[in-house]
Ligand binder design. Sequence first.
Ligand code: RNT
Ligand code: ZN
Length: 421
Amino acid sequence: MIPQDVLTSRYLSAKAIYATFGIDTEKIINELSDIPISLNCWQADDVRGFERKTMTGGGISATGNYPGAARSIEDVQKDAEFAFKFMPGRKKFNLHAIYGNFPENHDRNNIEPEHFEIWVNWAKNLGIGLDFNPTLFSHKKAKNNLTLCHPNHSIRQYWIDHVKKSRNIAAWMGNQLKKICINNLWIPDGTKDVPINRYRYRERLLNSLEEIYAEDIQSEFFKDAVEGKLFGLGIESFTAGSHEFYSNYTSIHPQILLCLDMGHFHPTESVADKISAHLVFEKEILLHISRGVRWDSDHVPIFDESLQNVMQEVVRSGKMNKIYFALDFFDATIHRVAAWIIGFRSAQKALLYAMLDPIKMLTEYEENLDFTRKLAVLEELKTLPFIDIWNYYCVTHNVPIGKSWLEELKKYEKNVTSLRK
Ligand code: RNT
Ligand code: ZN
């Protein structure tokens, strides 16, 4: 344990050092405390959900078999409440449609708000918001990785109905909690091998979307988002819902957010660079904070350069009010709750790191074409005592600093998760 007086004096000296760059650390810590990040429920149980039927059909899968996955809604809630203790700042919880409290005869085209009451009550108690995602994978009607693009009309209709139901549930959640609930749509549609007619798939996708979003849901607590992807397992040659597709789609439907998932682009592409290209067109963005590693898009986010760059772009754009943050990853090779904590803390760290930049000073250098000073200051910033600000931020939120949370995780694993059969 680091003694309190050491922490305090380190914070005070770090504060003074940042002040020489014109940075008010108190102000930034206050601002950061108010920015919600949505925690992905599906990390708790490897995207399995709680439907009564055994699931078939792919679209998404987690690797690893670390013991102790959540087996029920109660387990997920318990794990999340435990994890929240180690996450400073505002939280939301992001549900998938397969995580409801369903009766025997349920199917995805007849899900209702009542199946999610258990979640709304939980969120109300914790004072947090919820987000939502229709689930168009792991289902017999999604077997060929075709849903909204399926050549068969009745299969398309089934999934259209599911997304419509999801929108209504999300709007209901937002209203219940008086906090914005985003209904984010990602579909696995695509083909392993080269398709003959890409146009027809995309035309069908467009038509399906038009039917889904035809209903104008008027609510200050509800938003839609659509999430594109470059490729996935089993859809290597063609993904119907590509980034260009949704970028165009959200241009004709400006009330729908564009979701940028950090793992959904070619590894050499910079997601950070894309943000302003959409913001200047007044688009609102849902950021899926994730980490792509080669062909996998869903590793646990870490405090690395790509995450820092994304957060820097968000902060420097001055359009934070147009950006929504959600975590999206699943790793079953490590303790699942730890994965949550690591991912969330890394995202918050990267956001804080970006907010501590002397943006005014750097922008001035750049606008005056003083690239020398700009580069010199950027290099200095890298070795500022960031850790002391982060620790102080954690302490002010009653969140353990450093690796001390690992002790509590060990106990939780021994007494709770390792006992799960
Ligand atoms: C998949 C997408 C999508 C999912 C979740 C489970 O590649 O990123 O967001 O991760 O919907
Ligand atoms: Zn995603």
